[in-house]
Design a binder for this molecule. Structure first.
Ligand code: 2M8
Length: 439
């Protein structure tokens, strides 16, 4: 980016470093989140990665999403992991022989030629596809990108709005903590407490071969994750046989709405009537406000569908509806106040939003989704702040993300106070979103 006799600047260091990470993690058809800890393709990671890759190579960004979509199930679900058959089973747990998608997922229409997990992750994909298209519309049209991905993205969104409306209230439910992408968020503690954990000795945690135990979920969490996944597999991944864990998560539903708007934009470009998508986006927004908004707390809360109550744990997922187009101004203003208030401390005690309430009983600045600041969450908040006109605050997040990404070696997450690196390094979405913020 710069002449050899000029000193390197933060943007050039960030750009070159991020590009190196993404090249190193590219497999030829998709990008692994991390070569060590996560050696397969993950669903929402690929969405964030494509959003960054579009600035380096629109063709590679398209390929990233299309590789994921090729593993879609007949019922519309996009699996949260697509396994790379050349990676040894011992490299990641739960491995393909645990999920057994190609046989156990038959009833739900799992594909035969590829092994995947049976659960899902937040639906960022239509938004990602739209942003990838916009980065280079000519290349997109030339490759017929949107006509190919649109029907698959529609089927995915319909799986969520129809098969996953487990509460019957017009919102999608997650049936496993991993589906939220925020695996060990304290929001899952109350509904998870009802789940009998699988015996610790019945599985081997490959994550602890690479990650520091203090940065990762506990063995008790894993016991419950395993039990829930085994149960879902036992019902052949069907959604009409009941779920012991079902939660309406504001983060997942906010991305669902943003993606429904994106589908409307894609439909319009394709010359298809976008009104169906616009109506659904409005209906989802109404349901989100009616069901999950908590005016007293100034943020959205999760709803425990089985227990029938709002979960009073305050995680960054409750701020993500800032990205929803058309959110009422007073709700957006309250979210911005909460982001800057005692629970998240943005611009005061923290320079990046923590994943969980700083004042919460379960807050831990090192442990995964129980406190550390994550780059994808902060990228979404940056986008949301801009959408609602808070440009100065968005600029501050942007600058801090760039500094923290470089200083931490593109860490998976960082301590929200010190910015110290946590989790794995050379993490793909940290690199991809850095590039997007530089564009
Ligand atoms: C983490 O989740 C996986 C399980 O899906 C794990 O801990 O093994 C989460 O941070 C999730 O959001 C992310 O998509 C995944 C891969 O980066 O890692």
């Amino acid at each position: 980016m710069e002449r050899a006799d000029q000193p390197a600047t933060l943007p050039s260091i960030a750009y070159n470093g991020a590009r190196r990470v993404l090249s190193g993690n590219w497999t030829g058809s998709s990008t692994v989140p991390s070569r060590t800890l996560y050696p397969h393709q993950w669903s929402w990671d690929s969405g964030f990665i494509a959003i960054g890759l579009r600035h380096l190579s629109p063709a590679r960004a398209q390929r990233e999403l299309e590789t994921l979509l090729a593993a879609q199930w007949a019922d519309g679900r996009i699996p949260h992991i697509v396994f790379n058959p050349s990676v040894p089973l011992s490299a990641y747990f739960p491995s393909p022989d645990f999920w057994r998608s190609s046989t156990a997922g038959d009833k739900a229409g799992a594909p035969g030629g590829v092994e995947t997990s049976g659960i899902i992750q937040p639906p960022i994909h239509a938004l990602a596809a739209w942003l990838v298209h916009r980065a280079d519309p000519a290349a997109s049209v030339r490759r017929g990108f949107l006509p190919r991905v649109y029907p698959r993205l529609v089927a995915w969104q319909r799986y969520l709005t129809e098969r996953r409306d487990l509460g019957g209230r017009g919102l999608a439910s997650i049936v496993h903590p991993w589906e939220s992408g925020m695996d060990n968020s304290p929001c899952w503690d109350p509904p998870l407490a009802r789940i009998e954990p699988a015996a610790t000795g019945s599985f081997h945690r490959a994550d602890l071969d690479h990650g520091c135990p203090a940065d990762r979920p506990t063995d008790l969490d894993y016991g419950r994750y395993v039990r829930l996944a085994e149960r879902y597999r036992g019902q052949q991944y069907a959604d009409d046989d009941g779920h012991p864990f079902a939660v309406e998560d504001p983060g997942v539903n906010a991305l669902l709405i943003a993606s429904e708007h994106a589908l409307g934009d894609i439909a319009a470009v394709l010359g298809t009537d976008p009104s169906d998508h616009q109506v659904r986006a409005e209906e989802l927004t109404t349901a989100l406000l009616k069901r999950l908004w908590n005016a007293d707390e100034g943020m959205f809360l999760c709803q425990d569908v089985i227990g029938g109550a709002q979960i009073h744990e305050y995680s960054a997922a409750g701020l993500l509806p800032l990205i929803v187009p058309g959110l009422p101004g007073d709700v957006a203003a309250a979210l911005v106040r909460t982001l800057r208030g005692k629970r998240f401390g943005l611009g005061g005690t923290t320079r990046l939003a923590p994943s969980y309430d700083l004042t919460g009983h379960a807050f831990d600045p090192a442990r995964y989704w129980r406190g550390p600041a994550w780059f994808n969450v902060n990228w979404l908040l940056e986008r949301g702040l801009r959408r609602h006109g808070a440009h100065e605050r968005a600029d501050a997040i942007r600058t801090t993300v760039l500094q923290a990404a470089v200083a931490s070696g593109f860490a998976e997450y960082v301590d929200p106070f010190s910015g110290d690196a946590r989790g794995t390094r050379d993490f793909s979405w940290t690199a991809a979103l850095t590039i997007d913020l530089l564009a």
